[in-house]
Design a protein around this ligand. Structure first.
Ligand code: ADQ
Length: 453
């Protein structure tokens, strides 16, 4: 098997849900994992073996220009805002599209050099939409699957692209298109339905010109048991001596899709109605990402202003309303934080799945669980119907939900938590990867894969 993703694990250890899942999958099946090296440069290289795993890691380096035009440019200033319904933030430049195509062609050649005819190829995310088409052009007839981690764009939004018709054509070169939710599948099918080149087959497949593809949802999850185990480790105290008492938690990459300004505003609105002395605090962990992109600089500044304003308005000598932390936190500490928090806040305006929602639920003590506030626009909301679902555009609605969550009786908390935990367990990350690979293999019954039959 060959896996292609933008990021690959570097260094000695493997952490993070997706990375662990792919590491285990490749560890079981053997194969090669290809991705971009975090440091800029030229060329390709094999990274040191990760322990005794039976797979290899192959990294390609992006030049400074490629980093700017392919990664920050086309991937994160065109496709990311497009998929997150922020057409207003799309920044279109000719050099972006050209670099995106060139990097995809280069990665296709890399795969072409090492792929055997019976290798399965699994491509991840919006950085590599045209990769299958580039590989087909080199003559690769392998079974190629694609998984999109972010929301599938609405048909109308695709018109933002200079050549919107290429989106369907690129995707149709994959044998299987995996998406997070049933709503994503509906939007993808709508795109194919509107395209005169596509024809729907009786078995649900899509014939697109001379190719056949399938579209299905595979909701991604986390390593549920591992996370619950970390969360229960009482020896770990993430606060040291600065215990805030009762608190709410938010954990997000600092991204405009996560609805952070409205979260802070809603928390402030909640505080207005709560007498001083009985107020909880909000711990917000948000490491900055993609800071070279203007929209990310803007959201960083906006959030600092709001946090400063809320803290200036409500702080007391011995209490700060918002503890706003800009760095990464080790996973075991993060798990402990989730467990101690009375409320977990997910307020995305658009989100493929949102793993934080699942991590928060997995980390709770089932006897005395906290409450998850979950945006109805996060993919996780499709199945986690017993989370307290909120409309992140409506600050008043979120403020009321914060109040409801903090006052919720134990029995209702337990009932809602048990239902959400059931969803988290059923979509565990190993179930996700196994289901995807099974689906990718079904069209070739003679093909077997150790551990995935
Ligand atoms: P993201 O947009 O990054 O992922 P999310 O699914 O919430 O969003 O995953 C974030 C991960 O990073 C979580 O595992 C979280 O614990 C971790 N994290 C965030 N801040 C951290 C911090 N300060 N320290 C340590 N860890 C931190 C994209 C899509 C999502 C989709 C995932 C997986 O945007 O919609 O769910 O991929 O497919």
């Amino acid at each position: 098997m060959i896996v292609v993703s933008n990021r690959i694990p570097t260094g000695e250890s493997v952490s993070g849900g997706l990375v662990v899942a792919l590491h285990d999958t490749l560890g079981c099946a053997g194969g090669i994992w290809i991705g971009a090296h975090p440091e800029p440069g030229i060329g390709e290289e094999t990274l040191d073996e990760l322990g005794l795993t039976p797979y290899r890691r192959l990294a390609f380096r992006l030049t400074e220009e490629e980093q700017k035009n392919y990664y920050l440019g086309y991937a994160n200033s065109v496709l990311w805002p497009l998929c997150h319904r922020r057409g207003d933030l799309v920044e279109m430049r000719p050099e972006y599209g050209a670099a995106y195509q060139a990097v995809n062609a280069r990665v296709a050649r890399m795969v072409g050099k090492i792929a055997r005819h019976d290798d399965l190829i699994w491509v991840h995310d919006y950085h590599f939409l045209p990769l299958a088409k580039e590989m087909r052009a080199l003559g690769l007839a392998n079974r190629i699957g694609f998984f999109l981690h972010v929301p599938f764009p609405a048909l109308g939004d695709l018109s933002v692209l200079s050549q919107p018709e290429r989106f369907a054509d690129d995707l149709a070169h994959y044998n299987l298109i995996g998406l997070q939710t049933r709503s994503d599948v509906a939007r993808c099918l709508e795109m194919f339905r509107a395209d005169p080149r596509a024809e729907f087959m009786p078995d649900g497949g899509i014939k697109f010109l001379d190719r056949i593809t399938a579209v299905r949802s595979f909701p991604i999850g986390i390593d549920t048991a591992g996370f619950a185990e970390d969360a229960a480790q009482e020896a770990v105290n993430p606060f040291g001596r600065g215990d805030p008492g009762r608190f709410l938690i938010g954990v997000d990459r600092l991204d405009y899709s996560k609805g952070l300004p409205n979260r802070f505003r809603a928390f402030a609105r909640y505080l207005e109605n709560r007498p001083a002395g009985s107020r909880p605090c909000l711990v917000q962990i948000a490491p900055p990402t993609r800071q070279q992109v203007r929209a990310y600089q803007d959201i960083t500044r906006e959030l600092e202003e709001i946090a400063g304003h809320v803290n200036g308005t409500f702080a007391e000598l011995d209490w700060t309303p918002i503890r706003y932390i800009h760095r990464s936190v080790p996973r075991v500490e993060l798990a402990r934080l989730y467990r101690k928090a009375s409320v977990g806040l997910v307020t995305s305006f658009a989100d493929g799945m949102n793993l934080v929602a699942k991590e928060y639920v997995a980390a709770q003590d089932p006897k005395n669980p906290g409450v998850l506030l979950l945006s109805r626009f996060a993919g996780a909301a499709e199945d986690m119907t017993d989370a307290l679902q909120i409309n992140p555009y409506d600050v008043e609605d979120v403020a009321t939900a914060i109040s409801t969550a903090l006052d919720m009786p134990l029995e209702e908390r337990q009932r809602r938590h048990a239902s959400c935990l059931d969803v988290v367990g059923r979509t565990d990350v190993t179930i996700w990867s196994t289901a995807f690979l099974r689906a990718l293999m079904t069209c070739i019954p003679s093909m077997t894969f150790p551990g995935f039959e």
